[in-house]
Design a protein around this ligand. Structure first.
Ligand SMILES: Cc1cc2nc3c(=O)[nH]c(=O)nc-3n(C[C@H](O)[C@H](O)[C@H](O)COP(=O)(O)OP(=O)(O)OC[C@H]3O[C@@H](n4cnc5c(N)ncnc54)[C@H](O)[C@@H]3O)c2cc1C
Length: 304
């Protein structure tokens, strides 16, 4: 068992909140996941930097958690530290006429809403994606022909040593569900987006339309982590899964949604093991029937 006493005393000295053996099912939209050894909620950027750099110095695994809407945590949980951005990185402000600077813990819905209230268009696509700005930059989240790449100007981030730096959007290697942050081990602290002047009524109508489409097509009534698989070259994961007759297919409490075959849902009491067995079954069937290899969009983390 790793000794976390030094990290705990650093967290305490910076006024961070923390718990030991925190169940990750409480912090993921899938409602799945065993305990994290140490769960830290910093209240300042300094506290965040101190905890991240202490983990780095001690060689302790450190996972940055946004809203937990794109992660599947293993049943054994996480051997290491989970740092939640929710409390310390939630400032949002309008800068000049067209830019909005958001802390990484700000929910995308708040960004879309503030943009709309200020008659700024470009962030409508993010309305209804249940993540934080940090998670959205990391994933280059997108929907309905829009993605973070279209609106991002720059990010402030912490290196693993806790140093605060800035990166411009064109240095972020943004592509389909990928950014430089997927590989560089840095922590996104804030993001600035640039939008365009628009009509408030039209912006709100577009957001409402996107939300209506989500509600009618997606199984939002069940816990999930959104689309299970990335869009493969030459097709759509949901259509391929549907054509393989897998809608409704289940393993334990995990099920291919009857409403949207691209979603694996937690019907009740699903474990990570259930989801992973179902995922492997889907991948096998799609490859056998369609010769297409599906790749997970969801990030699977924790002790195997
Ligand atoms: C019902 C539903 C619908 C969805 N619809 C969409 C959709 O339309 N389009 C879409 O793209 N996604 C969608 N998703 C997936 C998910 O909401 C997005 O990927 C979102 O951007 C994840 O944000 P998060 O804050 O929840 O990140 P998390 O799930 O908490 O984390 C995701 C990854 O980002 C990293 N991360 C988070 N914050 C930071 C940070 N500050 N610094 C560094 N790394 C960080 C984490 O370490 C992790 O690797 C959906 C999910 C659900 C449940």
């Amino acid at each position: 068992m790793t000794d976390y006493s030094n990290i705990i005393s650093i967290a305490e000295s910076f006024g961070c909140n923390y718990t030991e053996n925190e169940s990750m099912s409480e912090h993921t939209t899938f409602r799945i996941g065993g305990p994290a050894d140490l769960f830290v909620v910093p209240t300042t950027v300094e506290g965040l930097a101190a905890v991240v750099s202490a983990c780095n110095k001690e060689g302790v695994y450190c996972f940055i958690l946004g809203n937990g809407s794109n992660v599947l945590v293993s049943d054994k949980g996480i051997r290491g530290v989970v740092v939640s951005t929710a409390a310390c990185l939630n400032n949002i402000e309008l800068i000049g006429a067209y830019e909005i600077k958001c802390g990484a813990g700000v929910k995308l819905s708040r960004l879309s809403d503030l943009a709309c209230e200020n008659s700024l268009t470009g962030a409508e696509f993010a309305w209804g994606i249940p993540g934080t700005v940090g998670g959205a930059v990391y994933m280059n989240a997108g929907a309905y022909d829009g993605e973070m790449k279209d609106i991002l100007v720059s990010c402030e981030y912490l290196t693993p040593d806790g140093e605060l730096r800035t990166m411009l959007a064109d240095e972020m290697d943004l592509s389909y569900r990928h950014s430089a942050f997927s590989e560089n081990g840095c922590v996104i602290v804030s993001a600035t987006v640039r939008l365009k002047a628009g009509d408030k009524g039209e912006i709100r109508a577009k957001m409402d339309d996107f939300m209506c489409r989500r509600k009618s097509k997606q199984p939002l009534e069940f816990p999930s982590a959104g689309s299970t698989f990335k869009r493969p070259v030459g097709g759509f994961a949901a259509a391929l899964i549907d054509e393989c007759g897998l809608k409704g297919c289940s393993v334990g409490g995990a099920q291919v949604s009857e409403k949207h075959a691209g979603f694996v849902i937690n019907k009740g009491g699903a474990t990570c093991f259930d989801v992973m067995r179902l995922v492997e079954h889907i991948k096998k069937e799609v490859f056998l029937n369609k010769s297409i290899k599906l790749e997970c969009e969801i990030r699977v983390i924790g002790e195997k």
